[in-house]
Design a protein. Structure first.
Ligand SMILES: NC(=O)c1ccc[n+]([C@@H]2O[C@H](COP(=O)([O-])OP(=O)(O)OC[C@H]3O[C@@H](n4cnc5c(N)ncnc54)[C@H](OP(=O)(O)O)[C@@H]3O)[C@@H](O)[C@H]2O)c1
Length: 239
């Protein structure tokens, strides 16, 4: 069935009516959250565990990850843990192998983020193109020409990495179209975490609350290839 846009009241409804009117998930629903020992990732693990899913908290540092798991366990929120450094292929391989031997199927994998609309909507967008685009940026940094070549002047490397992330979201969404797998990204805006030195217009819990609602849209309502941005009641897709 074709997905519909979520009801505008969906993001601002109270927590209890959100759960009672929309709950489709159960303890059998598995969510993996990467970079989850702190910040928005940690808050998302907490929210999804509160909502009753089986959550796998992953972190690149075992000690930091286990400390995060313990702090949730003390709140009565048991979650699973596995080490995962998303920039290390051998760590990804070990995680996939552990996951396959312990769980039947994956329902939710968290990712998120910002962009340049025209690149993202290019019908021909491919993994190779994203690699070339990032390669051009890295070369222009080495040459000292990035400014004159028109790369973003503010938050330059962050903006390029998020563009690549959003572009990859589009590639994956297209690859799995029609196979019951939705791939979207979400940017909650300026959030109080260690990345922003505690600055921001809202807490990580608030950002994670909206992220959880997006992830938990009913499968028949869950779109794919969208880039959501904002906080309730102003969550919208830029694509
Ligand atoms: N805060 C904001 O205003 C904001 C706004 C929009 C989007 N975002 C995005 O939201 C995401 C989380 O940000 P945050 O604000 O929650 O930052 P944060 O509190 O600094 O948390 C970042 C998390 O990512 C982990 N991490 C870093 N590199 C990793 C790797 N290679 N493999 C696995 N985990 C890794 C960190 O682990 P360690 O503790 O081991 O370093 C940490 O757990 C980022 O992608 C950020 O760009 C944030």
């Amino acid at each position: 069935m074709k997905s519909q846009e979520p009801d505008p009241n969906y993001f601002s409804s109270s927590s209890s009516s959100f759960v009672s009117s929309t709950k489709w998930w159960s303890k059998e629903t598995i969510a993996i959250v990467t970079g989850a020992n702190k910040g928005i990732g940690f808050a998302l693990v907490k929210r999804l565990a509160e909502l009753g899913l089986t959550v796998i908290l992953t972190a690149r540092d075992v000690e930091r990850g286990q400390r995060a798991v313990e702090s949730l366990s003390e709140k009565g929120l048991p979650v699973n843990f596995f080490q995962l450094d998303v920039s290390d292929p051998s760590s990804i391989e070990a995680f996939v192998s552990w996951f396959k031997s312990n769980f039947a199927a994956l329902d939710i994998l968290k990712v998120r983020n910002p962009s340049i609309k025209s690149i993202l909507e290019d019908e021909e967008l491919s993994e190779e193109q994203i690699g070339r685009f990032v390669g051009l940026f890295l070369q222009s940094v080495k040459d000292g020409t990035w400014k004159s070549q028109g790369w973003p002047e503010i938050w330059t490397d962050y903006a390029v990495s998020k563009l690549a992330l959003n572009a990859y979201t589009m590639v994956l969404a297209k690859r799995y179209e029609g196979e019951g797998i939705s791939v979207n990204s979400y940017c909650p805006g300026f959030t109080q975490t260690s990345m922003t030195q505690g600055q921001g217009s809202h807490t990580a819990d608030e950002a994670a609350g909206v992220g959880a609602r997006l992830l938990l849209l009913h499968p028949q309502q869950l779109p794919t290839a969208k880039f959501y941005i904002g906080l309730d009641p102003f969550v919208k897709s830029n694509l």
